[in-house]
Design a protein around this ligand. Sequence first.
Ligand SMILES: [Zn+2]
Ligand SMILES: [Zn+2]
Length: 346
Amino acid sequence: MDGESMTQVTDHGGGVRSIRVPIPDNPLGYTLVYVLDTDRGPVLVDTGWDDPESWETLANGLAGCGTSASEIHGVVITHHHPDHHGLSGKVREASGAWVAMHEADASIVRRTRGTRPERWFTYMTDKLTAAGAPEEHVAPMRTAQPRNLPGLSPALPDREIVPGELLDLAGRRLRAIWTPGHTPGHVCLHLEEDHPAQLPGKGRLFSGDHLLPEITPHIGLYEDPDDATVMDPLGDYLASLERIGRLAPAEVLPAHQHAFTDAPSRVRELLTHHESRLTDLLSLLTTPLTPWQLAERMEWNRPWAQIPYGSRNIAVSEAEAHLRRLVKLGRAEAVTGSDPVTYVAA
Ligand SMILES: [Zn+2]
Ligand SMILES: [Zn+2]
């Protein structure tokens, strides 16, 4: 093995290593795939993006851990996104490993596999129009050629992750904690064992995208063409954050960036961030705005004019998630008879 692939592996001690599996053309850079030793063989937490280079990095990384893809006993998925679940099918093919996921995300996987791409485009077009997107933004989607989109045929999980229960792992105590918000079936996994370096706190937490050291995970609407239920993903996320803060793990092992300690203060930072964001939005809603108009006026990491096309869709979804929260809290309301619907501070 060459030095390059050696540097992709970090030993976190106590039978836990991570491999940096690259995400092509993405500012996040890589997914941290964790390799957890068990008495029946290594178990992966997430697998990485489905791409030849990512697969090769994972394979080399596993070799660096003294094992191989064919020896994997099981795969635990934090959530269905393609940078986490992308290579699960390949790992299962190579090894016969089981793949476990929370039911809410498993149902998204089933739906994605069963939905024609055209239907997604129609759904997205309708949703953006309803959110007040201008015709020049929506038009390209009507004629888009939805062929080689990534993640359109994700692997069907064959085990369910049941919140609150220990996973069936020989010789390890890994408990599933349901943390909806980033996706409806996101889970964190609590390794209920002493920290290998005796850091203070309760065990270690594989946090997926729920809790990251330096970035705020995207919280948008849960996308489902077949479900018109009004959900509150931001409310779910904030409640899940508080749950993780109370857990007080000694160390957090996230799916991007790097491991960190002091989860409660990171949780407080994120709660404060969202609270001040909601307050900022309320001050914008002194005049009625559509979700699109709100997104245009919100603060992003760059001016709206410089936000690329695809990121604008994500931004609008995030604006809508914040509006849902404000409505649920009774701090904003939809203006009766407006079309597309506008919202105003209550
Ligand atoms: Zn994600
Ligand atoms: Zn991710």
